[in-house]
Design a protein around this ligand. Structure first.
Ligand SMILES: [Zn+2]
Length: 381
């Protein structure tokens, strides 16, 4: 790929918006950040004088999009459809997420993600395996008949992804913490979720290698005066990250704000937990035996329980910015830097900086996504 430059009205670099900056890209990476006047004459510059350029969003929990659910058919084509649906909303890196299912299905999902990375499907950085090693007391919309305990035999499967990162959401109190430790030492990123652990159990799991909390507040033991629960452990373990669904439905804005204040911008991760309805006209689907309908910004079963979300990344960023009142640069950091550092991908993605992948989102004045680039390639290439 030839050398080229992108120059927007402002570019988000190191947490600040800078004007007049040219981002020079070559072979899919950012090679230089220059003042527009310093760009050599033979470099083609694309100007976007009404828009801001920010790092592409990183979504570590994506069950579906574009009308398809990863669990239904864990294949390269499903991953492609999900990726292109979410790209319209600024996601340039993602982890296809397989929710509690038979281990044969998990194996298929891992193989599909490996194949997708190998064949260059844009934006795939690994897999999120959410269950089946969960606590049925906090099953949420998962099918508890699929739940099981982690065994020695499962280690091989869970560490089998050859390229990219593996994130595993697990309930520490119902699983052998030594096996959790083994997974941690094998390089698996671990997050506590769908868990009814006590504060003490959750804190001890953090010492065994759990570094994250999946969709904070939802499907976990609550924060109470004498029993701070998993939520309390998330707040108290300063080294851990917490992901959160900022759609205005999963978490009350006051609770969300409190979480961000406790964890800090750098340890709060915006996720979508998106279902097939995102980026699709299809507004209903089956999740196993549950019929789910998307309406008024939520996905719910017939009993009214939330089943994942109808959320996209730019809407989450806008919610944190406009409804909660955080600066745009901070809201974007929670969708870029925080998930990248949690997943140990921050050497490649999550910021507009020299040496990183040329993954960007261009936002207009209304904060709508107008263009994206993945590995330096525009969405309309
Ligand atoms: Zn979940």
């Amino acid at each position: 790929m030839t050398r080229k430059a992108i120059c927007a009205k402002e570019t988000l670099v190191d947490g600040k918006f800078i004007s007049g900056l040219a981002v020079i890209i070559e072979n899919g990476s950012i090679v230089e950040l220059l003042d527009i006047g310093q760009v050599s004459k033979d470099t083609k510059i694309d100007h976007y004088s009404d828009s801001v350029l920010v790092p592409g969003f990183v979504d570590i929990q994506v069950n579906g999009g574009g009308g398809v659910l990863f669990n239904d058919n864990p294949s390269v084509s499903t991953i492609e459809k999900i990726g292109s649906a979410h790209r319209k909303y600024g996601t340039t890196s993602f982890l296809p997420t397989i929710i509690s299912d038979d281990l044969e299905k998990v194996a298929e999902a891992i193989a599909a993600v490996d194949e997708a990375i190998k064949s260059g499907v844009p934006g795939v950085e690994g897999i999120h395996i959410e269950g089946p090693f969960l606590n049925e007391q906090k099953k949420g919309i998962h099918d508890a008949s699929k739940f099981r305990r982690l065994s020695e035999n499962d280690i091989k499967l869970l560490t089998s992804l050859k390229s990219g990162k593996t994130l595993l959401t697990i309930a520490p109190e119902v699983n052998d913490n030594e096996l959790i430790s083994t997974l941690h030492h094998a390089g698996i990123i671990l997050s506590a979720g769908h868990t009814n652990a006590s504060y003490e159990q959750a804190m001890s799991a953090v010492n065994k290698g759990i570094s994250g909390f999946t969709h904070l507040y939802n499907a976990m033991s609550a924060f109470e005066s004498r029993a701070p629960g998993v939520v309390g452990a998330a707040f108290d373990s300063v080294q851990s990250w917490a992901s959160i669904i900022a759609d205005g439905h999963h978490v009350h804005p006051a609770a969300l704000k409190h979480a961000i204040e406790c964890k800090g911008i750098q340890k709060t991760i915006l996720i979508t937990d998106a279902m097939p309805t995102v980026g699709s006209d299809v507004k209903e689907f089956w999740l196993g035996s549950e019929h789910i309908t998307a309406k008024d910004g939520t996905c719910k079963n017939h009993e009214g329980s939330l089943a994942g979300s109808d959320l996209d990344m730019i809407s989450a960023v806008k919610y944190v910015n406009e409804t909660l009142g955080y600066k745009l640069e901070d809201a974007i950091a929670m969708a870029t830097l925080s998930p990248s550092s949690f997943m140990k991908l921050d050497d490649k993605i999550g910021a507009v900086a020299v040496g990183k992948k040329a993954n960007f989102v261009l936002l207009n004045e209304e904060l709508s996504v107008t263009n994206t680039w993945i590995d330096g390639l525009p969405d309309n290439h």
